[in-house]
Design a protein around this ligand. Structure first.
Ligand SMILES: CC(C)(COP(=O)(O)OP(=O)(O)OC[C@H]1O[C@@H](n2cnc3c(N)ncnc32)[C@H](O)[C@@H]1OP(=O)(O)O)[C@@H](O)C(=O)NCCC(=O)NCCS
Length: 196
């Protein structure tokens, strides 16, 4: 392994078998913008607007300055390719609850287990290091793939916001899902030996 390769891996923060999560860098904004500006991804995630360079710079700034958020990029270990982003948002320490988000933006990386590995690392970090008790997500009702994805991780549907999402002049449900720390532990045990 070259020095460069080693230093890249070293900057990985949550390290799994095939992917690692590392802090968002300025150089990642080009990918973040590409994914945010992809209409299919916007439809699936509920994002409503495109991202300019100014928006992207603010997004990076917020990733560091907003203490209710932690944001990472998802990188394939083998070749250091950035394939997506994931983060915690609306972190509320007093209630030990947080929301979570993931986008595998590179579509050729869909369905290969990378999303699962990345989200397990992030949830493990949220429970084991950040001391949260509950992790929650809201999913666009027609994003059946994502609903199955979260269910497979162990998330439970806890409510439906009826007509909570509007897209192209039609209304769709917005599905609220969550997982609690002991449910996660029962299903997945300890995920990685990461020293935080
Ligand atoms: C949803 C997403 C995070 C899943 O990540 P992924 O790496 O593609 O998924 P994985 O390969 O880890 O698959 C895990 C499970 O998700 C479900 N899944 C994945 N791809 C699927 C597909 N094409 N159809 C149905 N279910 C699918 C399955 O339950 C799968 O388990 P299985 O392979 O044992 O059947 C990713 O596809 C993505 O970012 N999509 C676009 C943005 C998005 O929808 N984000 C989530 C918003 S809540």
């Amino acid at each position: 392994m070259t020095f460069d390769e080693k230093s890249k891996i070293k900057s990985g923060f949550l390290i799994g078998k095939r992917v690692y999560l590392r802090a968002l860098e300025k150089e990642d904004l080009i990918c973040i913008r590409k994914w945010s500006n992809d209409p299919e991804i916007r439809r699936l995630t509920g994002e409503v607007t495109s991202m300019s360079q100014v928006d992207a710079d603010k997004f990076l700034e917020r990733a560091y300055s907003d203490n209710t958020r932690k944001w990472f990029v998802i990188v394939i270990k083998e070749n250091d390719r950035v394939i997506g982003e994931a983060g915690l948002l609306r972190m509320f320490y007093a209630w030990r609850t947080t929301d979570i988000s993931i986008i595998i933006g590179e579509k050729d990386a869909w369905g290969k287990g990378y999303g699962t590995e990345a989200i397990l690392l992030l949830i493990d970090y949220a429970f084991r290091r950040l001391n949260f008790h509950r992790v929650a997500i809201g999913v666009v009702g027609f994003n059946e793939k994502a609903i199955r994805f979260w269910e497979k991780i162990g998330f439970k549907k806890e409510g439906i916001q009826r007509d909570g999402y509007s897209y192209n002049h039609k209304y769709y449900d917005f599905v609220m899902m969550s997982i609690l720390e002991d449910e996660f532990r029962e299903l997945h045990g300890g995920i990685a030996d990461n020293d935080y």
